[in-house]
Write a protein that binds this ligand. Sequence first.
Ligand code: DGT
Ligand code: CA
Ligand code: CA
Ligand code: ZN
Length: 575
Amino acid sequence: MENKKIGEIFDEIADIIEIEDSKRIFEIRAYRKAALTVSELQEDVADILRKKGIDGLMELPGVGKGLAEKIKEYVETGRMRKYEELKRKYPIDFTGLTKVRGLGSKKAFRLYNELGVRNMKDLKAVLKKKKIRGLEGFGEKSEEALGKGVESVEAASSRMLLGTALPEAESIIRKLLESRLVERAELAGSSRRMKETVGDLDILVISEKPEKAMDFATKIEEVESVMLKGQTKSTVWLKIGLSCDIRVVPRESFGAAMQYFIGNKDHNVKVRQIAIREGYKLNEYGLFDKKGKIVESENEGEIYKILGMGYPVPEMRENRGEIELAMQHKLPVPVSLKDIKGDLHVHSANSDGANTIEEMAEAAIALGYGYIGITDHSKSEYVANGMDETRFKKYVKEIDRVNDKLDGRIRIFKSAETDILRDGSLDFGKAALKDMDYVLASIHTSLNMDKDSMTKRMVKCIESGDVDIIGHPTDRIIHQRDPIPLDLDRVFQAAKDNDVVMEIDGYPERLDLNDENIMKAREYGLKFAIDTDSHRTQHLRLMRFGVGTARRGWLTKDDVINTSGVGKIAKMFRD
Ligand code: DGT
Ligand code: CA
Ligand code: CA
Ligand code: ZN
C-alpha cells in the first residue's frame, strides 16, 4: 500500500514550497490536506484507481485533478517527477527531520544551508558538536530542545504500538499451536499486560520436542532474521520491526514462568520480597520452601494464593498499589470485553468514515451489541469533512431511517463528535444539540494554548450543561503528538460536579485517557465510556484495546457506562 508514502511525498512538497515562497498558501494547504487524506485513507489508492480511475481519486476530500494525476503517476511508475525535481534542489529528509518536535521545514532548511544537515544522522552529529547554538536565532535553549526532540523520536522508533504488536503475536502463537510441536503457547511480557507500547514480544511454550519447536519458531513467516537460537530460547527479529523472545518452559513450572515473564519487573520484585517474608523463595521455576522443596510451580494463581494474595490480572501488574490490595484481598474485579454492550464513538461516511451508518450498525450487530452511537464530525473539522447544521439535519433523518429499517435489531443513538472551540463553546447550536441523544465533545484544533487557557476551555465546556461525554480528553497521539496541556484535577472535578463522562478512546494510536489518567479520574468517582472511535467496520473490533487500558486503570464494570443495556443507557442520556 503506497498511501503513506504518497502522503509523505505531498507533505515534503508542501515543506519545500513553504521554503521557496511561503505566500503560496493555497498550494501549500492543498498539498497538506491531500497528504492527510491519503495517508489516513484505509482503502489503497491503487485499488481506487483500478476500480474508479482518476475520478475515484478526485472524489477524495481535498484531491483535485492535478493531485489526482500525481497520485496516478506514482502508483503507475513508482515516481513523481515534480517531487524528484524538488528533491534534486533540496536533498533534505524533511519527513524524518520534521518529526523532531520544534523543527519545521524552514528551520530544517536553515540547518541544511548553514550546517549541511540532510537527515537525522547529520542532525545528531551537529547536536553533539554543539554547532546549532551558534546559528543566528537558535541559541543554547533551542539546541537543547532539539536534542530532547531527537531523543523522543528515537524512543518512538524503539517501542511499537500494542495495536500493531498484539495481532502479530497472536498470529505467531496460532502458527506455533498449529504446528503441533507445542502443546501450549502463551503471551507474556508487556503485551500480555496490554501496555500501550511494547519493547519486544515474549512468548512461552510447552513442548515435548523443544529443538524441533525452536526450529519451527525461527522459520515462521513473520520472522525476518534469527538473532539468537538456543535449545530452549530463541530471539527473532520480525518483519514488522520488532524482536520476539520465544522460550520453551517445562510443563511442571509453566505457572511460575508465566508469573515471572508477565512481569512487570517491579511487580515481580515485590512479590518475591513477600515470598521471602513468608518463608519461601520464588523464581521462574517455582515457589520453594526453606529446604528448597517445591511448593507450587504449575499454576500461577496458586502461587499468589499461597502467598496470601488475591490474583491480580496481568493488566494490573505494574506495582501501582495492586500488590497491597491483593494482600488485603481487595482487588477490584476489572471490566472485561464481554461486559461491553455498545460503542458510543463511531464515525460513518457522513464525515470521514469509510462505511455507511447502516454498515456500521450491521457490524455492531455482528459483535452482539445492543446499541451504537454515530458521532460524525462537526464543521470545524473540515479536513474530516465535518457537518454544518444543514447537513446535520439530513444526517439525523438518515439515522432515523436506518433505525426504522433495522427494526429493533440494534439501537442507533444520534450524536456527533462536536468540536470544543477555542473559547470552550461547541461547534453546534442548541437546536442541533437537542436533536442528539447525547453529546460527545472533543478538542481537535488550537492545540497550542497554554495550560491554564486550555484547562479553562475544557472546564467551560464541561460546565455548559450541554455535554455528556468528553472524547479522547487529552488528544494525544502516541509517538506523534503530546497530550494537550490540561490541569486534570480541575477537569476531573468539573466533570464530577457536572456528571460528565470521560472517554477511553480505544483506538490504538490514542488510548486516551491512558491508564494513569484513568486511575486519577477514578479517584474522583467519574464514569467512563470505552469507545473505539471507529472509522470503518473493522475498527469496531479495537474495543479490546480500550478495555485493556481500562483494566490497566483498575476500572470495574460499574465504572463504565457502556456496560449497561440499551434501556438503562437511553434513560441515563435522557436524565
Ligand atoms: P517491554 O518488552 O520493554 O515492553 O517490557 P516487558 O515487561 O515485556 O519486559 P521484558 O521483555 O524485558 O521482560 C519480560 C518480563 O520478564 C518482564 O515483564 C519481567 C520479567 N523480567 C525481565 N527482567 C527481569 C528481572 O531482572 N527481574 C525480574 N524479577 N523479572 C524480570
Ligand atoms: Ca517484552
Ligand atoms: Ca523480552
Ligand atoms: Zn476526535
